[in-house]
Design a protein around this ligand. Structure first.
Ligand SMILES: Nc1ncnc2c1ncn2[C@@H]1O[C@H](COP(=O)(O)OP(=O)(O)OP(=O)(O)O)[C@@H](O)[C@H]1O
Ligand SMILES: [Mg+2]
Length: 256
């Protein structure tokens, strides 16, 4: 799915990032970047440091050293609010949705729309939710039921539409399909394609190399906290990706 060579300024550059927990060097001098309209897969074994790396971008952790640039300018991200200020939104595997509320109430949770008299404007919120869902997942119909009644993929749609509604330009997805069946996974894959078309940049953590080949433009592989390398997914096979993940083979060591 590569879209050719990247030119211009990356949306995000994480440069030489390191972070340790006690004696564990979770992320060790890692550099990755992300361009508009691009999906970059982050791959690696359990404990490789993928989630820790992206948590430095989402503001959950602060790196010990290294710098983050957003649109070419140095960014200071000390907490999730700072990250939002840079239009960075994160979709976690365990979605923070309020089960007893419907899609619109979840979309606007904590950021409710109000009437000029200060009342919560339910009909405006539902109209806005229908509008954004129409753009992202036009098959979505379950507007008036609690999200506990939605499938995993539909719940992902709600979380993604919330991020997009609030102007995410940079989306971090940490194993968004880990708990989903094949059809639901397909729904999320189509959503990711749509977000790409709309010019967002996405960091996608995923263990499935087949899915990475299908969805990502580039893949950055980590092992033991270090970056093994970054490749265009069209230049490598699934076995190449596995060799990078399991053996730590560098891109230049892969058979041409
Ligand atoms: N809050 C923390 N406190 C202590 N150690 C941590 C913390 N978070 C992560 N680690 C350690 O940092 C290393 C990297 O963990 P991380 O969660 O980033 O891996 P991962 O690549 O996301 O793995 P997985 O595929 O299992 O999600 C691991 O050794 C982990 O035990
Ligand atoms: Mg993880």
């Amino acid at each position: 799915m590569a879209t050719g060579t990247n030119k211009g300024t990356p949306l995000v550059e994480m440069r030489d990032i390191s972070i340790a927990f006690g004696g564990v060097q979770a992320v060790d001098h890692v550099t990755v970047d992300l361009y508009p309209g691009e999906v970059v897969g982050l791959l690696g074994h359990n404990g490789a440091g993928k989630s820790t790396l992206i948590k430095c971008l989402s503001g959950a952790y602060q790196q010990d050293s290294g710098e983050i640039f957003v649109n070419g300018e140095k960014a200071t991200i000390n907490n999730p609010r700072d990250a939002r200020g840079y239009n960075i939104e994160t979709i976690y595997q365990t979605l923070a949705l309020a089960d007893n509320l419907d899609a619109a109430s979840n979309l606007f949770l904590g950021r409710e729309l109000t009437t000029p008299f200060g009342f919560v404007d339910d009909s405006k919120m539902e109209a806005e939710t229908r509008k954004i869902m129409g753009r992202l997942n036009s098959n979505f119909r379950k507007f008036n039921v609690p999200v506990s009644a939605l499938s995993g993929g539909q719940r992902q749609s709600v979380a993604i539409s919330r991020a997009v509604y609030f102007n995410a330009r940079i989306l971090i997805m940490d194993e968004p399909t880990a708990a989903l069946g094949p059809q639901e996974t397909q729904m999320v894959a189509e959503l990711i394609d749509e977000l790409k078309r709309q010019g967002l940049g996405i960091f996608l953590i995923d263990h499935d190399v087949h899915q990475v080949k299908r969805l990502c433009d580039r893949a950055s592989v980590m092992k033991n906290g270090q970056l093994v390398g970054t490749v265009n997914v069209d230049d490598v096979t699934e076995d190449d990706l596995l060799a990078m993940i399991i053996l730590g083979k560098k891109p230049e060591e892969l058979a041409a």
